[in-house]
Design a protein around this ligand. Structure first.
Ligand code: MLT
Length: 392
């Protein structure tokens, strides 16, 4: 019998793989499913980006192997974007930027560069599952940093025992935060950078949702903190700001040794991003504001429909300032799995159970705002019809 390696036997299937299967089965039965599950924008990639792809796809130069670190022009565009957007002017495109086949790829692979079997990473919980998944695949384990509502969904760095901090090789952070929607301020980043410096930890900040903030809220880059590059890398993504999830384009910037390590790893396992996709990404990075401003307006309007709707059913949620997710407690009498299941059974509205993001996600569900306003309103109306209201 063909046996997979232990690491594959031990890793659970990806959270959204299971949910997608459930949705596909319901659609095959002809059910009218409203998915508020995976964060996959329903908006199209902008014309400027599609035009750039079209032009680049016709140039045979782009049909050849790309460099796995990324086109110099793409890396330059990332560095210029950091200067314009965050005032981070000193990113060297040659040594401090690497292109990724989507930030998920780089996040998973970074662990292979810094985690040896038995090593420890510090990971938030609830969180995007890839921080823990990548660590586990590399043979490491995670010390969990709980993200609690009473701390604004920021980890309490002072609560991490000294011996744990001394053992840790990598610390994962993610703001604006998936799944909670929390946004971190520079004071928290300063504290996190100081912590990473004190214990010689590589601080890996996932900044995929940096452009998706509302109500005048500004999401800083961790690289704005003086000296951050000594210990930090930051992941960026073209997926969420430019509606390019299927195109697979992201980047990692920051600490040169980490960029070199990931580039070395990647040159052994992949052959880079299709150059035409990188050239299209440049079109977004060179003029992002009109694109992201429209996206912010769309998501804010959907957020208001969903949050106001849930509040009319008994919740008392405040409106998230970042990401396109609403993170909400489940009503009395449910856990996250039973609530998502019953809502799906009765309404065909798909929510993501909070426990899918980790132990501290239990008691919550996540709803993504990547479905149009009328469907969002329809989801609320189906839930109202099926349940009336809820007690907390
Ligand atoms: C999500 O949390 O919905 C993710 O962004 C989906 C993913 O990247 O796999």
């Amino acid at each position: 019998m063909i046996e997979p390696a232990q690491r594959i036997k031990e890793i659970p299937p990806y959270l959204f793989a299971g949910i997608e299967k459930k949705i596909a089965q319901a659609l095959a039965r002809g059910e009218d499913v409203i998915s508020l599950s995976i964060g996959d924008p329903d908006l199209p990639a902008p014309e400027s980006i599609i035009d750039a792809l079209n032009g680049a796809a016709r140039d045979a130069e782009n049909h050849r192997y790309p460099s796995s670190a990324g086109l110099p022009s793409f890396r330059r565009a990332v560095s210029d974007y950091y200067a314009a957007r965050f005032g981070v002017h000193d990113l060297d495109p040659e040594t401090e930027v690497v292109a990724l086949i989507g930030s998920k790829e780089g996040i998973a692979n970074l662990s292979f560069c810094f985690i040896d079997p038995g090593d420890l990473a510090l990971a938030p919980d609830p969180a995007y599952p890839v921080y823990r998944g990548g660590t586990a695949l590399a043979g490491g384990s995670c010390y969990i940093m709980p993200l609690l509502a009473e701390n604004g969904f920021l980890p309490d760095l002072d609560a991490i025992p000294r011996e744990v901090a001394e053992r840790a090789r990598v610390m994962w952070l993610n703001y604006p935060n998936n799944p909670t929607g929390a946004v971190a301020d520079p004071a928290f980043f300063e504290k996190a950078v100081a912590f990473a410096r004190r214990y010689d930890i590589l601080l890996a900040h996932d900044s995929a949702y940096a452009e998706l903030t509302f109500d005048g809220c500004y999401a800083p880059s961790i690289l704005q903190i003086p000296g951050a590059k000594d210990v930090c890398v930051e992941f960026g993504s073209c997926s969420k700001p430019f509606n390019m999830t299927g195109w697979r384009l992201g980047f990692m910037v920051g600490n040169a040794a980490a960029v070199r390590a990931l580039s070395t790893y990647k040159s052994n396992v992949d052959s880079g991003v299709f150059q035409a996709v990188q050239l299209a990404g440049i079109a977004g990075l060179r003029d992002p504001q009109p694109i992201v401003e429209r996206a912010r307006q769309v998501y804010a309007a959907r957020r208001d429909i969903l949050v106001d709707g849930l509040n009319s059913l008994g919740w008392s949620l405040s409106k998230p300032k970042g990401t396109f997710y609403v993170w909400a407690p489940v009503p009395l009498g449910y856990d996250s799995g039973s609530f998502a299941e019953e809502v799906f059974e009765k309404t065909k509205v798909v929510l993501t159970p909070g426990a899918g993001f980790g132990r501290f996600g239990e008691g919550y569900f996540r709803a993504a705002l990547t479905t149009e306003e009328s469907r969002m309103a329809e989801a609320i109306s189906r839930i109202r019809k099926a349940f009336g209201g809820f007690v907390f």
